[in-house]
Design a protein around this ligand. Sequence first.
Ligand code: GDD
Length: 388
Amino acid sequence: PGSIRGYSSSGRLKEGSATTETYDLSVIIPTFNEEENIAAIIGAVNEVFRQNGIRGEILVMDDDSKDRTIEIVQEIAGQHDNVRLIVRKDDHGLSQSVVEGFGAARSAILQVIDADFSHPPELIPRFYEAIQDGADIAIGSRYMRGGNIEDWPLKRRVISLGATAFGRMLFPEITDPVSGFFAVRREVVAGAPLAPRGYKILMEVLGRGWWETFVEIPFIFKDREEGESKLRADTMVDYLKQCAGIVRFAVARRSGPVWTEWTKIVRFGLVGLSGILVNMGLLYALTEVAGLYYLVSAAIAIELSIVNNFVWNDLWTFKSVRDLRFGRRIQRFLSFQVVSMGGLIINMGILYLLADIVGIYYLVANLAGILVAFAWNYAVNRHFTWVE
Ligand code: GDD
């Protein structure tokens, strides 16, 4: 499982009272005009409960559908004790409905799933087990190995990739932070100041919930066969506002996953800048003062700037990272060295490509190279050198 540590709410996640719950798992299904799907999805989820011996409840959070959804669910709820319908009249919205569902649920593990079979219900037990095994959040990911999206028009793919990329800037460790298919431990959201708007409820949970560990589960998103997506342009505006709100919240609280990761990214960047100074200073001194051939000076300057960066990153940037996989500093150094050489090659490759082949001014081309190399260095070192 992946995890983000350094979270200040220590102890808070352990406070559950799972033994007194009526159910083991609550599956929350937000609906708006789902008459074609709702009976089938309820049936499928109940079948999953039965086959896996899960004492589960189903909570349909409906936003006062104009079709027969309410009628259909009322009828099913009359026959099945574990199915409940909540019809919401105010504050229409997918995220708002899910949050209200969190509050109404009668179990310690909360699962969210679309009504339209975009999310395969047979994976529910994997989410349930992941939380039972200790993860605070289990996320269904379309963008990790094994995940995919079927039947999406190009426009939808591009929009989703943009939204996901934006979300990943806040949560670099998570491949699909805008997924609508996820499960959380109730303590994660209980009392969290969720201010949901729009579609991206998971972002809100990640940004304002109390969590430390997460697991991602790959799944294949199948576009709905019945009915149509309710995603509109103002949903995107809502999403951008939501991201801004999460960042403001992280800064105000000065803790939590967004804050923890971004402190590292900023520090890593500052260390990188110090490395450039070391590199330039040494190149000048060794060439002009010591009289070395400039390429020899450059090789020494590059290596010493790598050493400089390593020392600062090890002592400062990643000092909060405990349980390092490479316990020994020398191993971390070798790993950092290899990654940095990769970064150097990327930087020079992009510089050459953009300046020589595309014809962009070489200082601008170099800036692009530095940015990509920076992203590479951070991401790869985070996964291999200072890994938690
Ligand atoms: N209660 C309620 N209120 N439910 C809603 C509303 C609403 O305003 N709008 C949509 N829903 C329900 C639908 O009935 C369906 O069960 C589910 O939410 C998803 O709605 P779609 O309109 O099909 O969503 P989508 O396919 O565009 O978006 C899905 O994928 C996104 C990732 O790209 C959702 O899973 C999103 O949460 C997810 O971010």
